[in-house]
Ligand binder design. Structure first.
Ligand SMILES: Nc1nc2c(ncn2[C@@H]2O[C@H](COP(=O)(O)OP(=O)(O)OP(=O)(O)O)[C@@H](O)[C@H]2O)c(=O)[nH]1
Ligand SMILES: [Mg+2]
Ligand SMILES: [Zn+2]
Length: 377
């Protein structure tokens, strides 16, 4: 007798025809191994193309992107970051004609940000990306701090960032932009585009190979959907005007959506973000400021805040000029923001636990109460 080998019938679980369709969506051997190991035998793989209030639009091949299936999540409720997000790979089952998601396959990467509101919760922006196109535009949006936040998020998620500076047809000083990029001080590709001109996005081509997943993120109005339309060679994505006074867009795109480009890349357009709040991104801060992070490793106190502690490696490096004042200030600001979010998150967890505990107590009380009523009768 041989032992049960879950991969033995892989040919039956993912047919070659299915696999062909999945490859067009970015499927690979590692995903297939995870799927065979984790998903129940009556399921098949699919990718989340968009999320609606009532469920998740999933696709099983590139053609289905135009007519995705609405599936719901089955079984126990997952916490918010474990819920399927756009770009996720899931296991799909059809029960009584209704498609359901039974499993979210392990994510290769997930871009997280702090959800808007005071609660201190995380939000998954997109999953399983090869590249993150951080889009900004010549004009008011061009800003060092903004770019840095997206870079930190991207580096923390393990997604290769690419800075895209759009609207090069506008009047601009190339020197000033080069200076800004230099100030960023990271070795990240910076590409220039003009989404309105034919050939204006050619610089993106090397990143858009078949099966590659790319998301466009950035402020409203910088031209994400215009770029996506140009990549997809359509005009299906809505685009909108910007205000003349400050270049701000009108939040034309309202949901994240995955599309397949003619060249085979998977493109995710996203709604403009007012702010990219950092979440769980210490790793990203360390990668964006490697020289400062390295100096901090020699701090005497493990929880050193690098402000006035004795034996601070960072203050020493500042004093002897090995690290830059401005970068030090930006590094500290990022860490402060992360500490603030962590404190908020801890508070909400505490509140949630207290509420759960109260709920349990109330249930016990009503149960006791109803029993007593029984006896009284
Ligand atoms: N001058 C110029 N305008 C552009 C360029 N690309 C896009 N636009 C314009 O910028 C405006 C906003 O473009 P969208 O593509 O809707 O911007 P978005 O980033 O998708 O905005 P949201 O969906 O609101 O997040 C539109 O009027 C576009 O025509 C460009 O390269 N140059
Ligand atoms: Mg848009
Ligand atoms: Zn220190």
């Amino acid at each position: 007798m041989t032992e049960h080998d879950p991969t033995a019938n892989s040919a039956l679980r993912v047919t070659s025809e299915q696999r062909q369709g999945l490859l067009e969506l970015g499927w690979n051997d590692a995903l297939e191994a995870d799927f065979l190991r984790l998903a129940s035998p009556d399921t098949r793989p699919a990718r989340v193309a968009s999320v609606e209030r009532g469920g998740f639009f999933v696709v099983e091949n590139a053609a289905a992107i135009d007519a995705p299936t609405l599936a719901r999540l089955e079984g126990t409720e997952l916490d918010s970051t474990a819920q399927p997000a756009v770009g996720d790979w899931v296991a799909l089952v059809v029960r009584e004609g209704t498609p359901g998601i039974t499993e979210v396959l392990p994510r290769k990467s997930a871009l997280l940000r702090r959800a808007s509101g005071r609660q201190g919760r995380a939000q998954v922006v997109v999953c399983n990306l090869d590249y993150l196109f951080i889009v900004t535009a010549i004009g008011y949006d061009l800003n060092l701090g903004r770019l840095e936040r997206y870079l930190i998020g991207s580096l923390a998620a393990g997604i290769a960032p690419v800075i895209v500076i759009n609207k090069t047809d506008r009047e601009h000083e190339r020197n000033a932009i080069d200076a800004l990029i230099e100030e960023l001080g990271v070795d990240v590709p910076v590409l220039f585009t003009c989404a309105l001109e034919p050939g204006g996005i050619d610089a993106l081509s090397p990143y858009l190979t078949s099966g590659t997943s790319v998301a466009l993120v950035g402020s409203s109005g910088v031209g994400k959907s215009t770029i996506a339309n140009s990549i997809l060679q359509t005009d299906r994505l809505a685009t909108g005007d910007v205000r003349h006074t400050d270049d701000r867009g009108r939040h034309t795109t309202t949901r994240r959506e995955l599309w397949r480009a003619p060249g085979g890349a998977l493109i995710i357009d996203t709604p403009g973000m007012r702010e990219f709040g950092l979440w769980d991104a210490r790793e990203g801060v360390a990668r964006l400021f490697p020289e400062i992070h390295a100096a901090s490793e020699s701090c005497h106190f493990r929880d050193c805040t690098h402000v006035d502690e004795p034996g601070c490696g960072l203050l020493a490096a500042l004093a002897d000029g090995t690290i830059d004042d401005d970068r030090y200030a930006r590094y500290l600001r990022a860490l402060e923001e992360l500490a603030e979010t962590e404190a908020l998150a801890a508070e909400s967890t505490e509140r949630l636990n207290a509420r759960r505990e109260r709920g349990k107590q109330n249930k016990l009380r009503t149960r006791k109460g109803s029993r007593r009523k029984h006896w009284d009768r």
